[in-house]
Design a protein around this ligand. Sequence first.
Ligand SMILES: [Fe+2]
Length: 327
Amino acid sequence: MPDLTNETNQTNEIDPPETLSGYGAKRRTALSCMAWAGAGMLWTLSGGVPGSKLLSGTAQAAEVDRHAFSFVQISDSHIGFSKDPNLDPASTLKEAVDKIRASNEKPAFMIHTGDISHLSKPGEFDTAAQIVGSAGLDVHYVPGEHDVLIDDGNSYFERFSKPADKKWYSFDQGGVHFIGLTNVLNMRGGGLGFLGDEQLAWLKQDLTRRSSSTPLVVFAHIPLWSLYPQWGWGTDDSAQALSLMKRFGSVTVLNGHVHQVAQKVEGDISFYSAMSTAFPQPAPGTAAGPGPMKVPADTLRTLLGVRSVNYVPGQMELAIVDTRLSV
Ligand SMILES: [Fe+2]
């Protein structure tokens, strides 16, 4: 058995962002996590201090399996967009949902990290909700800036928030605490995301009641890390939110907006940007600016995809598996 004990995210170094070229590295991370489970290595958290032990018997492994679960993330479906490189994002969203439906194990639920629509039109929301609903899963949404273009976002919140008057929320699943944040209202200069004092105060209150050993999964549309602020790929006041999470031993932050896989590890916090189901965007700094990237028709689906996130109790890191619509 390979020695995997050093393959954790327990580093205080700030790694540079990995973009599409880092996809292989990301897959290795996921495979490593799965190797831990398969090899019977259990990561433990005791009083917030990480450790590890070998599972001695099948009973313990079965206990871990019983509480393991997965969920899926889709993002940036941009229903209503109709230009190069994708004239019909409804069809690629449907392909993404079909891929989720075809998976061997039913996910516990789905999250959609925003830009459901392209122009916040009721018909776009209708089409998206119908296709996403065909997965037969409970769906937790957060808005993208394309979803709040009209009516201060109220048409989005009335339709997709649960309850409708809440612009941010949390819920628990299998011992993991999930937090959905909105960072596309009152956006800052250059397109940076913004959380605002009211949301930060709510977040502080929400986290106060949690033990440091509770794994956190936070999701928002715009990255909560400085992926590429020159293009607005960051959130102006995210440092305040992240400081509230520093005492937690396992924090996973998921976002959309940038339409490509990227990841970063900062202390105990792991950040992951997801692919779109509609169109790719250029890697940071490789074009004049962000926006739909024109690619050949036979390449498009290799740059679109869905994400599965697997949680195994006791493991420090959730296993992230990004699957493209075609290879
Ligand atoms: Fe988007």
